[in-house]
Design a protein around this ligand. Structure first.
Ligand code: PLP
Length: 458
C-alpha cells in the first residue's frame, strides 16, 4: 500500500511526491541487529546506519532503556546553564579523555548543526579574548555539508542549499575538497596542490581575518572523500602558522565510523576543536558535543568572562546517561575493534564494484564507503536529466527492492554511499555489498552502459 506522509513535513524531501501513484514512503517500525523492518514487515539491511547515526544497530533497546529510565527516575532534566548533573559531568570527563588531545573541555549541544555553530562561536570568543576581534572569517571546503541552521549553512559548501536563504551569516571562503579521482594528480602532488590552494585562500583573505578552518576527516558530501597522505598534519601546520583554529567536524566520522573514537587521529593531526553528534548516543537520544583544546578553552575560564552561548537541552542528563551507556557498549562489544578488523574485508568487497561500468571510483575508510558513478569509461559525468532519472528515480527504488538502505547522492558528483552499523559481521557486510552490486549492475543497464569500464577502454 502506498501511503503519503499525512501531516508530516519530511526533511530534504519532495513532499508532494509521495502517495498513490508517486514515491513510496518508507515507514520503519522495528529494528534488530543491522536490520530494520517496515510496516508491511519487509526487512532491509540498514547500510546507512540511519543517516550515519546508529553505530550499534538496533538490538540494544533494553540497555538504553535501563540507562534512561534510571536517570529519569533520579533527575529527568537539568541544564548546563551554570548548573550541571552527574551524567553530564561524567560524560565530559570521558569524552575529554577520548579526545584527540586527550584533554579537552566539552560543551554539549543537541545535534550536529548546533555543534558546528558552537564551535564557530567558541573560536570567535577565543580570538576576541586575545585581542583578535578581526578574525571574522572561516575557511571550509567545496560541497562539504556542515549542517543547515544559518551559521552552519554558511560553512556548508552546497550552493543550492544556501542561495534561497540570503547572505551567509558567516563570511566563508570555500576551498577545494579532497576528491582524488577528479584531481588527475598523484597522491603527493594532489596534497601539495590542496594545501597550496588553502594557503592562497588564506593569503587572499588576509591571515589576520581568518578565525577557523572547518573540515571533516573524510568528507561525506561528494562521497567519502578521503584525504591524501600527509594532508591533515599539513593542514594543522598551516592553520597554526597563521594563528587560525582547526576544527575537525566529526559529526559523521567520530564515534567509531573510521575505527577510531575520532577519525582525525587516524590521519595524524590534533585539531583545536572537534565537533561530534549522531553516533555519540548511537542516536538513542539527540545529543552533540564540541571538544575544545585546553588552550582554546583557557580564556573562557578567566575570571569575569562569560561564555556567550547556550542551548537549553545541551547536556540533557537523560541523553548524557544514554551516551555513557553507549560508550560502555562500544567497549564491551569491541566496536572499534570490529571496524578495524573488518575494514580490509569491506574495502576488498567494495573494490569489486569498480569492475562495473557505472562505477568510476571506490573510496572510503572504516565502515564508510562510496562508489562514484560515471557515464562512460572516461569518467564522464551524468548530466542533470540523467542524474534525476538515476539518483532520484531508479536507484532509491531499486536499492529498497534489493533490501538495502543506502544513499544515492549528487551534492557533488554522483555517488552511492554506505555506512553500515559498526556491529556488522562479515556476512552482514556481504549482504550490504551484494545488494549494492546488484543495484549498480541494473543501474548500469538502465543508463545504457553495457561493457565494463575495462572492456570499454580496451
Ligand atoms: N556536520 C556534518 C559533517 C554532518 O554530516 C551533519 C549532518 O549530516 C551536520 C554537521 C549537521 O548535523 P545535524 O543534522 O545533526 O544538525
Amino acid at each position: 500500500m502506498e501511503v503519503d506522509q499525512g501531516k508530516l513535513l519530511l526533511h530534504f524531501a519532495r513532499n508532494g511526491d509521495y502517495g498513490p501513484g508517486g514515491s513510496e514512503l518508507l515507514v520503519l517500525e522495528r529494528g534488530e541487529g543491522p536490520y530494520v523492518f517496515d510496516t508491511a514487515g519487509r526487512r532491509y539491511v540498514d547500510g546507512l546506519s540511519s543517516l550515519f547515526c546508529c553505530q550499534l544497530g538496533y538490538s540494544y533497546g533494553a540497555e538504553f532503556a535501563a540507562a534512561s529510565s534510571a536517570q529519569l527516575e533520579k533527575l529527568a532534566f537539568n541544564t548546563n546553564w551554570a548548573t550541571a548533573s552527574p551524567p553530564a559531568l561524567e560524560l565530559a570527563e570521558r569524552l575529554s579523555a577520548l579526545s584527540p588531545s586527550g584533554d579537552a573541555r566539552v560543551f554539549f549541544t543537541s545535534g550536529g548543526s548546533e555543534s558546528v555553530e558552537a564551535a564557530w562561536k567558541l573560536a570567535r570568543q577565543y580570538h576576541a579574548a586575545r585581542g583578535e576581534e578581526g578574525r571574522t572569517k572561516a575557511i571550509a571546503r567545496d560541497v562539504a555539508y556542515h549542517g543547515v541552521t544559518l551559521g552552519a549553512l554558511a560553512l556548508t559548501g552546497v550552493e543550492r542549499f544556501k542561495s534561497p536563504f540570503g547572505p551567509p551569516a558567516i563570511p566563508v571562503r570555500h576551498v577545494a575538497n579532497t576528491n582524488s579521482f577528479r584531481s588527475g594528480l598523484d597522491e603527493d602532488a594532489h596534497c601539495d596542490a590542496l594545501i597550496a590552494g588553502i594557503e592562497v585562500a588564506i593569503e587572499a583573505e588576509g591571515p589576520e581575518t581568518v578565525a577557523a578552518i572547518f573540515a571533516e576527516p573524510v568528507q561525506n558530501a561528494g562521497g567519502c572523500l578521503v584525504p591524501p597522505r600527509g594532508y591533515w598534519p599539513r593542514l594543522a601546520e598551516l592553520a597554526r602558522r597563521h594563528g587560525i583554529l582547526l576544527v575537525a567536524d566529526e559529526v559523521i566520522t567520530g564515534m567509531g565510523r573510521l575505527g577510531e573514537w575520532f577519525g582525525v587521529t587516524r590521519y595524524g593531526a590534533v585539531p583545536d576543536i572537534v565537533t561530534v553528534a549522531k553516533g555519540l548516543t548511537s542516536a538513542q537520544a539527540s545529543m552533540g558535543a564540541v571538544l575544545v583544546s585546553e588552550q582554546v578553552a583557557a580564556p573562557l575560564y578567566e575570571s569575569g568572562r562569560s561564555l556567550l552561548h547556550g542551548v537549553t537541552f545541551g547536556g540533557h542528563p537523560v541523553a548524557a546517561a544514554i551516551a555513557l551507556r553507549n560508550l560502555e557498549l562500544f567497549e564491551s562489544e569491541g566496536v572499534l575493534e570490529n571496524v578495524r578488523k573488518l575494514e580490509p574485508y569491506l574495502q576488498s568487497r567494495m573494490e569489486e564494484l569498480a569492475e562495473l561500468p557505472i562505477v568510476g571510483d571506490v573510496r572510503g575508510a572504516g565502515f564508510f564507503w562510496a562508489a562514484e558513478l560515471v557515464a562512460d569509461a572516461d569518467g564522464g559525468r551524468f548530466d542533470a536529466e540523467q542524474r534525476e532519472r538515476l539518483l532520484r528515480g531508479f536507484m532509491p527504488k531499486r536499492l529498497l527492492e534489493a533490501g538495502l538502505i543506502a544513499r544515492a547522492d549528487d551534492r557533488g558528483d554522483s555517488v552511492v554511499q554506505i555506512a553500515p552499523p559498526l556491529i556488522c559481521n562479515r556476512d552482514q557486510l556481504d549482504e550490504v555489498v551484494d545488494a549494492l552490486a546488484e543495484t549498480l549492475t541494473d543501474a548500469g543497464r538502465f543508463m545504457g552502459l553495457g561493457a565494463t569500464a575495462a572492456t570499454a577502454v580496451a
